[in-house]
Design a protein around this ligand. Structure first.
Ligand code: HAX
Length: 423
């Protein structure tokens, strides 16, 4: 089978032609309308961008290139990345070639560590990760080739080059952030020949005598890799890259969005909520106690972290996947047991509030309990794990957009007077 680069070289010119011809033929046709509620409500449900890597069906959840997530959950993250980009899973040869490519690119220059080491102790790990990516921007091949002059048809080539560099380095930077920020000792280097998930697990330095933590990391990286195009991180990356800012700028910007409590940061808040709940009742709480605690959270005007979603209207399959992992490997763990019992209580409480459109758990509701069990107990760090994964989706989308030549993003804003005049 062809390598990733060869496959894309074959596919991208065809996609570009297809989209161009489609725009020419159907350009004047209307495909979407927008209500005032949508206009003022984060454009929820408004069709506004093309994204071929994945779709999120409200009643099914994440589908990567036609594959429902739980059907491909045992694929390795690098296979998922290949599939996000090309729509196909690599055979053994192509997978090996991608792994070797990542091995070659995995080295993180010393100046990155110098910058990260000089950051104040109370810097958030997400700020450290994003700084690490941004400081690497000087390496951008896209920026170099753009300034030297290249054709639009060539944009995707250096974009892919930068994407592979970021993908290969982000696990090392993220693991380095963990070890620096939490004083875990020396930075552990990337091990050539080891897959992305196991490598990341190993570089974090979390003891893993059973190999289960590496298995969890593979699952974690696969599950968070992409969630179509309109979520805050992907959409931010898309917008920044549409200005032809290079992938280092664009991914760093996307991850800054992931650092928000309603998006990626929710995973650190979820485990906090679970542990505080356990603290309040002195161990694994009963269903009645969970119900009371949920009601108290809502009465205090707070959200129940890990529940609800902008698009999903069912249990997130990513949550289901993590729950299955926990049931298989750590069914007696008290924090995991609490998470599983919360699932039996919280949706019924949230259903009483008609304004909450989705009472079901999202990806963040369960993963923290698994990380906690295996010894990764620094909640503030959890969004960094999410970032290592989501970089795959953002980068894949970015390369494909440069491939088809997507225009600079520029929706029209209206002032309130103009908006009022339209109703
Ligand atoms: N607890 C309490 N209230 C909730 C809620 C929850 N879990 N989920 C939604 N609501 C509330 C909203 O705050 C909103 O209230 P107001 O109208 O008073 O502002 C109302 O219900 C309508 O919200 P919605 O239409 O159902 O949901 P949104 O699309 O606006 O928001 C969120 C989706 C995920 C942000 C929301 O459900 C939430 O805040 N959940 C808790 C935080 C969380 O788990 N975030 C992680 C999401 C997964 C993710 O993207 N990770 O990156």
């Amino acid at each position: 089978m062809a390598t990733l680069q060869e496959k894309l070289a074959e596919q991208i010119p065809k996609s570009r032609q297809k989209v161009k011809a489609f725009a020419k033929e159907h350009g004047a046709k209307e495909i979407a309308k927008v209500t005032v509620a949508q206009f003022l409500g984060g454009l929820r449900g408004v069709y506004g961008l093309l994204c071929d890597t994945s779709v999120v069906e409200p009643d099914k959840g994440l589908i990567i290139r036609g594959h429902p997530l739980l059907e491909i959950k045992d694929k390795w993250p690098e296979e998922i990345f290949f599939c996000l980009l090309t729509g196909e899973f690599p055979d053994e040869e192509a997978k090996k070639s991608l792994q070797q490519d990542l091995d070659k690119r995995s080295y993180v220059p010393e100046y990155v560590w110098d910058v990260l080491e000089s950051m104040p102790d109370d810097s958030h790990p997400m700020a450290m990760l994003n700084t690490g990516i941004l400081v690497l921007e000087r390496e951008s091949v896209f920026r170099k080739m753009y300034s030297e002059g290249m054709t639009k048809e060539q944009y995707w080539i250096p974009a892919l080059e930068d994407a592979l560099q970021i993908l290969a380095k982000i696990p090392s930077i993220a693991a380095g952030v963990y070890r620096l920020h939490y004083n875990k000792g020396d930075i552990i280097p990337w091990t050539p020949g080891l897959d992305l998930g196991a490598n990341y697990a190993n570089m974090l330095g979390v003891p893993d005598p059973t190999g289960e933590f590496a298995e969890l990391m593979r699952l974690y990286l696969t599950f968070h890799s992409d969630h179509e195009g309109g979520n805050v991180s992907a959409y931010t990356c898309y917008t920044v890259a549409s200005a032809l800012s290079d992938p280092y700028y664009a991914v760093s910007a996307g991850l800054n969005g992931l650092a928000g409590p309603l998006h990626g940061l929710a995973n650190q808040e979820c485990l906090n909520w679970i542990l505080e709940l356990m603290d309040e009742f002195g161990g694994v709480p009963t269903k009645k106690q969970i119900e009371k605690y949920t009601r108290d959270t809502l009465a205090a005007g707070k959200v129940v972290p890990g529940y609800g979603h902008a698009v999903l209207r069912t249990t997130d399959p990513r949550y289901t996947g993590f729950l299955e992992f926990g049931k298989k490997h750590i069914p007696e763990d008290p924090v995991f047991k609490t998470v599983a019992t919360v699932f039996e209580v919280v949706p019924n409480v949230l259903k009483e509030f008609p304004k909450i459109k989705n009472p079901w758990p999202n990806v963040d509701a369960g993963s923290g309990s698994l990380l906690f069990h295996y010894g990764l107990r620094e909640f503030e760090y959890y969004t960094v794990l999410f970032s290592v994964s989501r970089a795959m989706g953002m980068l894949a989308q970015l390369v494909l957009h440069r491939g088809i030549g997507t225009a600079i993003n520029r929706p029209k804003s209206l002032d309130f007077n103009r908006l009022s005049s339209l109703v």
